[in-house]
Design a protein around this ligand. Structure first.
Ligand code: A3P
Length: 330
């Protein structure tokens, strides 16, 4: 099955995008498919390849927009699927236990070639991995193999975009993808227009939400995980056809708490350079940053927060989906 979309280059005259993502100036960015998903201008062959990822009924696919709880749910689902083998979970979530499908899209072609040549497993071909596969991806559903939902178990996690955009901004700053001059408000404006690297937030979320009643789809929100982690663990176990004892539930709940995950080297991406303190300020720069709902209030201006409310309201109207930006105190 051929990837059905092409790319339309983003011209150099779109200065705001290139100023935000300066490292893409040289090779350029393009918009792919009807939702105008932004990747490097040379991404088409990779998108074609990922569209043809082989499917097997015993693989698990995890679909999320960035910073919506991918690694949290990935650790949860991996442990449920591996009968709570906490010993075996002492290996890096990515790339040892989970395959991050979009990784080759996130690096420049020259960097990718160097990583492949060095045998870096973050960019290994999925077909070189032992099965069953545990796959994480930020790609929207229409960029994935068309028979995915009819073949595999799929879990989708989304989060309110006000917290997701702050979390993404912080991470892209940490890995030097964003211009250091770009403010979080400016990045949030690009996020709302969709003129930034990756899939526009709402088209990605709503494509998964539309499939929420498919028997192979489990749709969960970050805020549900925050409010009722035990309930979500039980839903995942039911989705994957696994039985958990009361003791396993307790162990999982403890293991998956933010307090525990923030110090867990296997999920905290220390292998990918996170968690090093800032050399000048000494600030803690971990992948597991705050893990809160409502942290956007500490970062977004009132004006941009209000714009985001209007944008959320417009995009969610009539969909039945609610994204909570604030949780009651426990
Ligand atoms: P913050 O940056 O707001 O802290 P992803 O895995 O999709 O990249 O999402 C990362 C976000 O999920 C980060 O958000 C991270 O702290 C949060 N997260 C990860 N594990 C968590 C946990 N156990 N409890 C709460 N939040 C968690």
């Amino acid at each position: 099955m051929e990837f059905p979309f092409t790319g339309e280059p983003i011209p150099a005259s779109e200065e705001a995008v290139y100023a935000a993502f300066p490292s893409y100036r040289q090779h350029g960015l393009a918009m792919f498919g009807p939702d105008r998903v932004v990747y490097s201008a040379d991404a088409l062959p990779i998108l074609q390849k990922l569209y043809q990822t082989p499917l097997h009924a015993d693989d698990l696919w995890l679909l999320t927009p960035p910073k919506c709880g991918t690694n949290w749910m990935s650790e949860l689902a991996w442990l449920v699927n591996h009968d709570c083998d906490f010993q075996a979970a002492q290996a890096y979530l990515t790339p040892d236990r989970a395959h991050f499908l979009d990784m080759p899209l996130l690096v420049s072609s020259s960097r990718r070639e160097a990583m492949v040549a060095a045998g870096n497993r973050m960019v290994m071909s999925i077909t070189d991995r032992p099965r069953p596969w545990h796959i994480q991806t930020h790609l929207p559903l229409n960029f994935l193999p068309p028979a995915l939902l009819d073949t595999c178990k799929v879990i989708s996690v989304v989060r309110n975009p006000k917290d997701a955009v702050v979390s993404l901004y912080k991470m892209l700053q940490l890995n030097d993808t964003l211009s250091p001059e770009l403010t979080v408000d400016q990045y949030a404006e690009l996020y709302m227009t969709g003129r930034r690297f990756g899939a526009p937030f709402f088209s990605n979320v709503l494509r998964a939400w539309e499939q929420r009643n498919h028997p192979n789809m489990l749709f969960v929100t970050f805020e549900e995980m925050k409010q009722d982690l035990r309930g979500v663990i039980k839903r995942v176990a039911a989705h994957l056809g696994k039985q958990l004892t009361e003791k396993q539930l307790e162990q999982l709940e403890r293991h998956l708490s933010f307090e525990s995950m923030k110090d867990n080297q296997w999920v905290n991406k220390e292998n990918l350079g996170f968690r090093k303190p800032d050399s000048s300020t000494g600030e803690r720069r971990a992948f597991m940053r705050k893990g809160q709902t409502g942290d956007w209030k500490n970062h977004l201006s009132a004006e941009v927060a209000q714009k985001m409310d209007v944008w959320m309201e417009e995009n969610l109207r009539g969909t039945g989906l609610e994204l909570v930006t604030q949780l009651p105190q426990k």
